[in-house]
Design a protein around this ligand. Structure first.
Ligand code: ARG
Length: 467
């Protein structure tokens, strides 16, 4: 027998099967079940408080909903396409289970405020999960940094050797990025923290309800103050999708770097075998596919953000069925970013740095040249002058194939009489690193402090949002 539609009253014909398949969302919005039930329980509680249903009816509804929840959790619930979406699947099951009181649940509510609520609740929970995964990745990066306290590598600009930096300093750069991502999530959370339930279809209701009460029951800071805005607002989807885009952008930069670093030219890092994959034809190959896939998936995430913008941009107020598509973008984006975060944390833990290769790379590219220019500034020369002198010294080194440390004092003094034998205390990568002073620089003492700072901060972080 065909499933009777909850909205079937004004129709003379059954929905065409092709239309049912085309319009359904249960195949993807089923995962809102927990939030749908949570919202319905709060709604029923409010209806009873406002005497729109009796206490007894409320109890029957709550019991029925909890039974449905446990059926879903135990894989005993059949989601039906003919019932369109998660909201009607659960409401129909409730009516089937408890009869008359079930028919009162949808009093002073529409699927329009219901879906807006469910999606906000889902996003709220999902933000917390993403935040935890960011913290876990940060912890791995800090741990890795601590594992190589004194290791020096060439820092790059334009992907050319620039100045020496501590590997731990490099790793902490990403920790900072992920911290910003966390604050962005918190910010997004603040704005989505109002309940749309009570807006009903678009205009509110003529019944005496209490939407602030449901909002409090559901742990919201407040209520959406305009019913039309409440049902048509999907800003939070776009904002969260932007947060996710920024996260995967950061991941993708790290991946790109490590893909380069594990090739034969660089050989800066070694990813453990079980985190790499092989080639079907070339027996010798060991490929960083995980990193490449994260980098590749980032394109899809930026695409979802764009698709949400495009989805919303032409929609007149208030609810339009187009909005059903928001979930596909948001769910896929969140799933992909979370999977990327968690696998990258594992990969970081299972990657080691080739200390000799990094140190050897530091010998190339005159990465102590800026330190020499600053040495001349300390001797009283204007920086521009110092820059020019060191440029000429470097040119000479290139001509005679040597590094700055190889030059004898007389050769230096041919370029500037300000250079004395203490110059050798600033040349060479170890000296460079030792001599950094400024805040936020790669000075070993400062980096050590920053590592303890992060260990402390991340270690103390409680589960969930820091609010
Ligand atoms: N499945 C719908 C969605 O995701 C639920 C809301 C349907 N509302 C409506 N008036 N048809 O947007």
């Amino acid at each position: 027998m065909k499933q009777k539609k909850l909205w079937g009253g004004r129709f003379t014909k059954q929905t065409a099967p092709s239309v049912e398949s085309f319009t359904e969302s249960i195949s993807f919005d089923w995962r809102l079940y927990q939030y749908d039930i949570e919202g319905s329980i709060a709604h029923a509680t409010m209806l009873a408080k406002c005497k729109l249903i009796t206490e007894k009816e409320k109890r029957a509804i709550v019991k029925g909903l909890n039974e449905i929840l446990s059926d879903i959790l135990n894989d005993k619930f059949e989601f039906k396409k003919s019932l369109e979406d998660i909201h009607m699947n659960i409401e129909s099951a409730l009516i089937e289970r408890i009869g008359e009181p079930g028919k009162k649940l949808h009093t002073a509510r529409s699927r329009n405020d219901q879906v807006a609520l469910d999606l906000r609740l889902w996003t709220r929970g999902n933000i917390q999960q993403t935040r935890k995964l960011l913290t876990a990745l940060q912890k791995e990066l800090v741990k890795k940094g601590k594992q190589y306290p004194g290791l020096i590598m060439p820092g790059f600009t334009h992907l050319q050797h620039a100045q020496p930096v501590l590997v731990s300093h490099y790793l902490l750069a990403y920790v900072e990025m992920f911290e910003r991502d966390k604050t962005r999530l918190e910010d997004c959370y603040i704005r989505l923290d109002t309940s749309p339930l009570g807006a009903c279809a678009l205009a509110g209701t003529t019944l005496q309800t209490d939407s602030l009460f449901t909002a409090k029951l559901l742990g919201f800071r407040g209520v959406c103050e305009n019913s039309m805005d409440a049902v048509s607002d999907r800003d939070f989807c776009i904002e969260y999708s932007f947060c996710l885009s920024m996260i995967i952008l950061h991941l993708s930069r790290l991946c790109e770097e490590w893909i380069i670093w594990c090739n034969d030219e660089f050989q800066f890092i070694e990813i453990r075998d079980d985190y790499c994959t092989g080639s079907s034809i070339m027996p010798q190959k060991k490929n960083p596919d995980v990193l490449e896939l994260i980098r590749g998936k980032s394109g899809r995430i930026f695409g979802y953000l764009n698709s949400l913008f495009t989805l919303l941009k032409g929609l007149p107020l208030t609810y339009n069925r187009d909005m059903q598509e928001d979930k596909l973008a948001l769910f896929h984006a969140a799933d992909t970013v979370q999977a990327s975060l968690s696998i990258l944390a594992e990969l970081v833990a299972n990657t080691s740095f080739h200390e000799e290769r990094m140190l050897a790379a530091c010998q190339k590219g005159f990465i102590d040249a800026t330190a020499l220019a600053e040495y001349l500034v300390k001797k009283g020369l204007p920086f521009r002058k110092a820059h020019e002198i060191v440029g000429k010294i470097v040119r000479e080194c290139i001509r005679v194939h040597c590094s700055l440390t190889d030059l004898r004092l007389e050769s230096f003094r041919a370029f500037s009489s300000a250079i004395e034998d203490d110059v050798y205390k600033v040349l060479g990568v170890e000296n460079c690193i030792k001599n950094y002073k400024s805040r936020g620089s790669t000075a070993p003492g400062l980096v050590r402090k920053r590592i303890s700072y992060w260990e402390n901060k991340l270690g103390k972080e409680r589960k969930g949002m820091n609010r």
